[in-house]
Design a protein around this ligand. Structure first.
Ligand code: ZN
Length: 201
């Protein structure tokens, strides 16, 4: 029950753009407050359900993935659509690990090679203990060999050069979601759409 409530739900804005991921708990709250509807693929068509409709549907078609309150059981939503227009993607790109990887395109900024994310670190260009801040301008992707070589030095000190000057990206991602979380199959359509609609340049 606890783990079900913490599962991930994809959040769409009014334009059906994927904008976030929230917990089942949060999604049910938004649904209950009338601030979101559940999106559900019903025989190939996406239908939206408000709280009452989703509650009825949960009784009509019970499912293992349901949570119980004191008075009723309700199915766990996978995708919700926000009713209010308050979740347009933010103008400013969030400074997250995911977005640094996105900006640097999974490329080590010292040797210029591409890696799997698990083989990349985030590196402080000016080391942290020498006053280097944790900012867009001072954090880059680095592969483990480059990271080891650079250690606690500035790039100049060890004769390394940055591939390009790190800065705050200008793009505005539609999906500011951590894509390493387990994605539900029902998200695919929306994530794919978002992928192709990301503003470039
Ligand atoms: Zn490298």
């Amino acid at each position: 029950m606890t783990s079900l409530l913490n599962q991930h739900v994809l959040v769409l804005n009014r334009l059906w753009q994927a904008v976030n991921i929230c917990s089942v708990k949060r999604a049910l709250t938004l649904l209950f407050e009338g601030r979101a509807q559940v999106v559900f693929d019903l025989g190939g068509n996406y239908r939206t359900f408000n709280f009452d409709q989703w509650h009825d549907f949960s009784q009509r078609e019970p499912h293992d993935e349901s949570v119980s309150t004191i008075s009723f059981r309700i199915r766990v939503p996978k995708v919700i659509l926000l009713a209010v227009f308050d979740r347009l993607p933010k103008k400013e790109v969030k400074f997250t690990r995911h977005n640094v990887f996105e900006r640097d395109q999974n490329t080590c900024q010292y040797c210029g090679n591409r890696f799997e994310r698990r083989d990349l670190n985030l590196d402080h260009v000016i080391p942290r203990d020498r006053g280097g801040p944790t900012t867009w301008e001072n954090i880059v992707c680095s592969c483990i060999p480059c990271n080891t070589r650079k250690a606690n030095h500035t790039p100049q000190e060890v004769g390394m050069k940055l591939f390009r000057k790190p800065k705050r990206p200008k793009w505005r991602p539609f999906v500011q979601v951590n894509l390493s979380v387990n994605k539900d199959d029902s998200w695919k359509q929306f994530i794919d759409v978002a992928y192709w609609n990301v503003e470039l340049g």
